[in-house]
Write a protein that binds this ligand. Structure first.
Ligand SMILES: [Zn+2]
Length: 284
């Protein structure tokens, strides 16, 4: 999809399994299981879909998925399956080598969004995949990830951040910020401190990468909020504001974790905002 000078692609990095109840908070299983069928351990399959924004000069990656680096125990818990094509191979089909990625926007630092920034080398050491990229992070997200609470610390891989500090160029962002002309981040705080969504374009027809503010199309429903969220009522308000503007300006929402719907327009029926016509952001 072309937005101004930017081409926008969604890339399937892999899938993993998360507890269905955790993904939908207080929503009864009877309702959410119609959208996402659980396995024998109540896990549902979630996609890991980074987004690429490129004008041929700047190659901006939004998140990086998990990456094939799990040990046996993590693999058992999270049922991670890399996509056949994967992130690096998909970029190569566009003629982009990993070292040519100029920017990475980390929506937040939960491992399922950024652990793919590192890969194991032949000595078993974690090294940056996109070694020349500037990594754009909200400073609140960074500070929280370095000292998470006992409640959410399992969502972070602390050793990764030591490697990042040594080997990557980190760009700390505060609040809403323009990464490039027509590409901006917008801070939303309900999911975790310093979470940010990414908006490509201006006004009508913008593309919005919702990250964990609206992780799947089913979460367009205002009351469907993850149990992982720090401040669910703040998420509710942030979703309400985003969805109103998205309907008004016919934005395209991109869902990072939805295995079925990559992106869609919205529609309004009887005062309720619902997912509308699907949009393809496939690689050529
Ligand atoms: Zn998250």
């Amino acid at each position: 999809m072309k937005i101004g000078t930017w081409n926008v692609y969604s890339i399937l990095e892999g899938t993993f399994g998360l507890d269905g109840g955790s993904m939908f908070g207080i929503v009864p299983k009877l309702l959410w299981s119609k959208h996402h069928a659980p396995d024998e351990n109540n896990r549902i399959t979630m996609a890991l879909r980074p987004m690429l924004i490129t004008d041929g000069h700047r190659h901006i990656l939004v998140d990086a998925g998990i990456g094939p680096r799990f040990d046996e125990k993590q693999q058992r818990i999270y049922r991670y399956e890399p996509a056949d094509t994967g992130l690096v191979k998909s970029l190569q089909t566009l003629g982009i080598a990993p070292h040519e990625i100029t920017d990475v926007i980390a929506t937040h630092l939960h491992f399922d969004h950024v652990s793919g920034l590192l890969a194991l080398d032949d000595k078993g050491q974690l090294r940056p995949v996109f070694a020349n990229a500037r990594i754009h992070i909200q400073d609140e997200a960074w500070n929280w990830a370095r000292e998470p609470s006992q409640w959410d610390r399992a969502s972070f891989f602390p050793h990764d951040f030591e490697v990042w500090e040594k080997e990557l160029s980190l760009s700390m962002v505060q609040g809403d910020f323009q990464i490039a002309p027509g590409v901006r981040v917008q801070r939303t705080q309900g999911h975790t401190p310093g979470h940010q969504i990414v908006v490509v374009g201006q006004g009508k027809g913008s593309v919005v990468f919702c990250a964990d503010l609206i992780p799947t199309a089913a979460h367009v429903n205002l009351a469907w909020i993850m149990a992982y969220d720090h401040k669910p009522l703040m998420t509710l308000d942030e979703k309400r504001v985003l969805l109103a503007q998205a309907v008004e300006e016919d934005w395209i929402l991109v869902f990072e974790h939805d295995p079925n719907t990559v992106a869609c327009h919205l529609k309004e029926e009887r005062g309720k905002v619902l997912p509308g016509e699907a949009v393809s952001l496939d690689l050529p």
